[in-house]
Ligand binder design. Structure first.
Ligand code: 5GP
Length: 189
């Protein structure tokens, strides 16, 4: 049996990572997380190989030339690259898992081209004020980086109509439950 691919997108700061973590705790389906590669520096609480595969620019380029990526994008237009490794998706699918991809809108559109039956879910922040507050509370980004993320967030929100499903993350437990129920409802389809 081949597993399904589930794309979860939404602006940076919408709480996607926390929601996905919670989803893994509560969802009875066999889920696997696709760990992306990135050239950006790890945050203090991030672990290499778990949060991301943290690669140098040279290593990212080597893997890109090797055709290792299902898709790759320069997400914030500031020289940092993010990419979905083909193998992390195919390994999960081959073992019958639901592979969760937490990627941006441009990356999602590329994946849909390659995997047309992918399930797509957009996570809305509770509000733009809440989004800005979350980005600022992280205290890991410069003012310039925060403003850039807010600008990109607005762009991401304007593309949410490309997604089959939308969930609002105003309360993480509830939002995770909604995603879990949605996936279970799709299991029988
Ligand atoms: P962050 O730097 O906050 O971890 O992630 C920034 C953004 O990059 C997130 O909105 C996330 O959806 C996106 N992202 C993470 N991994 C990938 C990936 O492999 N491909 C693409 N296209 N976007 C990604």
């Amino acid at each position: 049996m081949s597993g399904k691919v589930v794309i979860i997108s939404g602006p940076s700061g919408a709480g996607k990572s926390t929601l996905v973590k919670r989803l893994f705790e509560i969802c009875p389906l066999p889920l696997a997380l696709s760990v992306s590669a990135t050239t950006r520096a790890p945050r203090p609480d991030e672990v290499d190989g778990v949060s991301y595969h943290f690669l140098s620019h040279d290593e990212f380029e080597r893997r890109r030339l090797n055709d290792d990526f299902l898709e790759y994008k320069e997400v914030f237009g500031q020289g940092q690259w993010y990419g979905t490794l083909e193998q992390s998706v195919s390994d999960g699918q081959a073992s019958g898992k639901w592979v969760i991809l937490e990627i941006d809108v441009a990356g999602a559109l590329s994946v849909i081209d390659r995997i047309p039956d992918a399930i797509t879910i957009f996570i809305n922040p509770g509000s733009m004020e809440e989004l800005e507050r979350r980005l600022r509370n992280r205290q890991t980004d410069s003012e310039e980086a925060i403003l850039r993320r807010l600008q990109v967030a607005k762009h991401e929100m304007s593309n949410r109509h490309h997604y089959q499903h939308q969930i609002t993350n105003d309360e993480v437990d509830r939002a995770a439950r909604q995603v879990s129920q949605l996936l279970q409802a799709l299991e029988t389809k």
